[in-house]
Design a protein around this ligand. Structure first.
Ligand code: PEP
Length: 261
């Protein structure tokens, strides 16, 4: 019984006015959607106004990153507590762009993930291998290390406040989507890794998304796979048409398996 979750990662895009317009259109167009969770992750400066605009809707707001300290002399940082105060209910952590360009290590991701949950947000923990790592058959080893770091302080009771996003680095923003079978196989391995850590009942209830060039064209095939519980969407989340189509694809997978979901 896992509810699919579609999250739009807007990255460094959209002014407050542009973000409000996009968020409002998404809110209106997914208003009738049932059994699929929807969230958008705007830039920090837009979180509060967009969260206010979405307050009476089914669309939630997420941060794209945060720091692990709650307050203090950390110039330029934003804490999960402040994200919550601004109206966010989720926060992405460990995105490959953070790991690649800002040096976020597996240990950092673990600290941030724990802080996010401690602030009563849900952590969207991103993991995924580079092209070279996949070619060298290191995918499972890399993901095992990323999970060891990210989940180091997370208890099994806290797993209800975690979503994992499997995002192969080679698929992000490239148009080279993983095939549905590749995504399913790796996500099933992630579930196995987590079931070794927490037990299978816990791992079976944890949601694991796929991310990497998801579009209206490939969403249904990807989201129909049994272990894939939604999508983290970058480029296609910047237009209401494509984002809403992906949400619709997720609703079709729920309707297709009414006895399971
Ligand atoms: C992302 O950045 O999380 C992402 C999945 O981007 P895109 O959909 O553009 O590949």
């Amino acid at each position: 019984m896992r509810t699919p979750i579609i999250i739009g990662n807007w990255k460094l895009n959209n002014t407050i006015a542009e973000g409000l317009a996009l968020a409002t259109e998404i809110k209106n167009r997914v208003a009738a959607t049932r059994h699929v969770d929807v969230a958008i992750a705007p830039v920090f400066t837009s979180i509060a106004p967009i969260a206010q605009r979405l307050a009476d809707s089914s669309v939630s707001v997420a941060g794209q990153n945060c720091y692990w300290e709650s307050s203090g002399a950390w110039t330029g940082e934003v804490s999960p507590q402040l994200l919550h105060d601004a109206g966010a209910r989720y926060c992405i952590v460990g995105h490959s762009e953070r790991r690649q360009y800002y040096g976020d290590t597996n240990v950092d991701v673990g600290r941030k993930a724990f802080a996010i949950i401690d602030a009563t947000l849900t952590a969207i923990i991103c993991v995924g291998e580079t092209h070279a790592e996949r070619t060298n058959n290191q995918t499972n080893d890399i993901i095992q290390k990323q999970i060891d770091g990210a989940f180091s302080a997370i208890s099994s009771q806290q797993l209800t406040h975690v979503v994992v996003a499997y995002e192969p680095v080679w698929a992000i923003g490239t148009g080279n989507t993983a095939t549905p079978d590749q995504a399913q196989t790796t996500i099933a391995s992630i579930r196995t890794i987590l079931s070794k850590r927490y037990g299978s009942p816990q791992a079976d209830t944890l949601r694991i998304q796929y991310g990497g060039s998801v579009s209206p064209k490939n969403a249904l095939d990807i989201l129909s796979k049994p272990d894939i519980d939604g999508a983290l969407v970058g480029g296609a989340s910047l237009k209401a048409d494509s984002f809403v189509e992906i949400v619709k694809a997720a609703t079709l997978t729920v309707a297709a398996t009414p006895m399971v979901r």
